[in-house]
Design a protein around this ligand. Structure first.
Ligand code: MTE
Ligand code: MO
Length: 335
């Protein structure tokens, strides 16, 4: 605590105690003390913010020949963040005509570390809050679209998309504005998915892939979906398996009093877990969806696939108004 304290009039006053000629008045000491406390609180808050930022990781994964993934910590990101993009920021509404100097890692520099499978056409960015945006792979090679860590030489505050903000060089390449609008500028990016990952879920001690899911009883729903991004509006066909069948088949007992927690890729699921009681699971169909539409296509990353969570319209509102989890990665039981 004390080593964080800035050299303020209070510390000087303490050093001077006894030895200095102009003794401060009690009132002056009280002012200095108040100032020192305020300054100290600022430093502590600032350190907390820095700690939060230094814990930020970026994961890059997806369709690479070996399924290789890469996790970069804050220190590594900082070392890579050497590219400058001078552009307006369409999400900085109060300064919409200002030119900002963003410093960050061009996405192409990250992709260079992979051999991307030939058929891959797009790359999806997933954010802390589960927001997602998908870009054309060719555009990432063609333009210095960048994950920025600094804006005008300062770390980017959370409210402005930090610590890692996907920025487009609008000013240098105005044609990018036609293709990518403000909704593509993703705040607090945590994952980059190249193409679409193969289905791989952790269920308790088990690892489950698409072949395993395909062996379970298949359920079809036709209804409006609750995903935020890139799904058609109106009724959509969804195909998948019931959560309760997944647990039963794997002989993972569902706790009578407790329930299950469903975790997606976005880090905020750790803070705000999506959970259902065992009773909820028996009352209606809560599904892990693996295919959609008339032609039963696999769910691409662009739509939050390969596995998403869905609720039958027969489910009570309290259940179906839960989050429609995208990029489902883990199911665990909870007492
Ligand atoms: N991580 C993240 N990035 C995001 C969003 C979001 O909800 N989360 N919203 C997008 C959309 S739709 C817009 S219009 C702008 C501004 O979003 P806001 O009005 O919610 O700040 O940010 C874009 N980037
Ligand atoms: Mo928006």
């Amino acid at each position: 605590m004390w080593k964080n304290l800035a050299l303020t009039p209070l510390t000087i006053a303490i050093i001077c105690q006894g030895g200095c000629t102009n003794q401060p008045t009690d009132k002056q000491l009280e002012v200095w003390r108040t100032e020192a406390i305020a300054r100290n609180a600022e430093i502590v808050a600032d350190n907390a913010k820095k700690a939060q930022q230094s814990q930020w990781n970026l994961v890059i994964q997806g369709e690479t020949p070996t399924g290789k993934s890469l996790k970069l910590n804050w220190q590594q990101l900082q070392a890579l963040a050497t590219n400058h993009v001078k552009t307006t920021d369409p999400l900085d509404i109060q300064h919409s005509s200002d030119l900002f100097d963003f410093r960050g890692v061009p996405v192409s520099a990250l992709l260079e570390q992979f051999t991307v499978a030939n058929h891959v056409t797009d790359v999806t960015f997933v954010s802390f809050d589960s927001y997602q945006t998908t870009l054309n792979l060719k555009d990432l090679w063609r333009y210095p679209i960048t994950l920025a860590i600094a804006k005008n030489d300062k770390p980017i505050p959370r409210a402005q998309g930090g610590p890692l903000y996907l920025v487009f060089p609008y000013t240098q390449y105005p044609q990018l504005k036609q293709k990518y609008n403000a909704t593509n500028w993703a705040f607090y990016v945590s994952h980059i998915v190249v193409g679409t990952e193969p289905a791989k879920l952790r269920v308790g001690q088990h690892e489950v892939n698409l072949a395993t899911l395909d062996k379970l009883p298949q359920v079809t729903l036709e209804q409006t979906v609750g995903y935020r991004i890139s799904w058609p509006s109106g009724k959509v066909k969804l195909y998948g398996v019931r959560l309760r069948d997944v647990f039963n088949t794997l002989k993972e007992p569902l706790p009578q009093q407790g329930g299950v927690i469903i975790r997606g890729k976005a880090p905020f699921y750790d803070d705000a877990p999506v959970r259902f009681s065992t009773k909820d699971l028996s009352e209606c169909d809560i599904l892990l969806v693996t295919r959609w539409g008339e032609s039963r296509e696999l769910i691409p990353a662009k739509m939050g696939g390969p596995v998403t969570l869905a609720f039958s319209s027969q489910c009570p509102a309290k259940i179906s108004q839960s989050r429609w989890v995208t990029f489902v990665e883990e199911l665990t039981t909870t007492p």
